[in-house]
Design a protein around this ligand. Sequence first.
Ligand SMILES: [Zn+2]
Length: 469
Amino acid sequence: MSVVLGLRTAAAVTTAKAVAALSRRLGFGGGTALPGLVADALAPGLASRLAAQLGHGCILITGTNGKTTSARLVRNIAQAAGYRPVHNHSGSNLMRGITACLIEATDVRGRLPQPERCLGVFEVDEATLPEAAAALSPRVVAFTNLFRDQLDRYGEVDSVAALWRRALAAFPPSTTVVLNADDPAVASLADACRGPVLFYAVGDTSCAVEQIEHAADARWCPACGREYSYSAVFYGHVGHWVCPGCGRTRPAADVEATAVEQSPGHPLGLSLSTPSGQFDLSLPLMGLYNAYNALAAVSVGIALDVPAEAIQSGVASFTAAFGRQERMTVRGRDVQTILAKNPAGLNQVLRAISAEKGPKNLLFLLNDDIADGRDVSWIWDVDFEMLAGQGVLVLASGRRAADMALRLKYADIDANPPIEEDTEAALEAALALTPEGERLYVIPTYTAMLQVRKLLARWSQRPPFWEEA
Ligand SMILES: [Zn+2]
């Protein structure tokens, strides 16, 4: 494919590359958003022109939870299938982050090497989807789920659903849409799709929980207003649903996990039924929510006609994203860091941890910067109660440590020792209280995660995230 890139494009790319290099040298971080902002100011519409070179087009992945993990799984699957993925791996998922990622992948004149092998794999912020879809004309768009996220960012889930519907109606009919059949808010997007739709779901009801969690957000049918009824709930409002009012029901899955095997300390085992046959997957992560992330990624692979063997080896080679669910050994303790960003996600994490045998050591770090959500009341929707009576060692830290400690107290869990707001001191205390050889779960909100990751990287001699693959 030959794409004519103007002088202005080349100049914008060169400048943006210089900005990225400078930002890295000055220690501002991975230079993930600033170059995109600069380039877009110099040459508006740059992302579209650079993306037009992607020989295999691009994939967009969006949703409240799981988009980073799903996108990384798609990246691995694409790699195993012989594509050269161009992927915003740092998780910078606004338009400027995607632009910066495309700039990073091109040479100084804005040309992609081996464009015929390239496939764009972009994680996209929920509210950025319409803009990203218009700029990038995606081949496949995958949706993970729709939960209440940071309240002050998006308001109600209904407004995000409405935004997605408008975006879907504008997709070309050739775009394949991948939807979670078990999330009614995502499954109902099918009405707005003009092209092919692929549904994924968990069929194995042995993983169901008994009751709807506090964090169930989209429990009411948008068509008739009745509350959904469930024959199985997996987490939040995700499960086998039907509307008793208008009869709207969970669509049949194209890609289904017919059996899910979860045992603490082992990879998740999934038996899949797909349009290209039945096969098994082994996913080195815990929690049923990660089974959904794998299903979304497998469905994208199926939409791209990737053979089962490449899907299996891509998924098996997975390592968790920066701070999302990451393990490292620090001072003889097995430290696992898991990002907490909303009630539904955190409930899943706590459920997986409670299912583990043996002593449990946890450090929660709650901050209230814009990136964390200024309003920390969401912690009252988290079922910390499930940790009560398990003999856990729990520490509360972060700028809102007092709120966290109060929440834990209401759940009959005493934060121990008393509140330590400073991240470094709290991490030191948690490591000291965790016996050598045991696991320490560190569960921070976003900005706390950045601090935790820096400290842990230093103590365990790991490189900063932007130097990793
Ligand atoms: Zn209804």
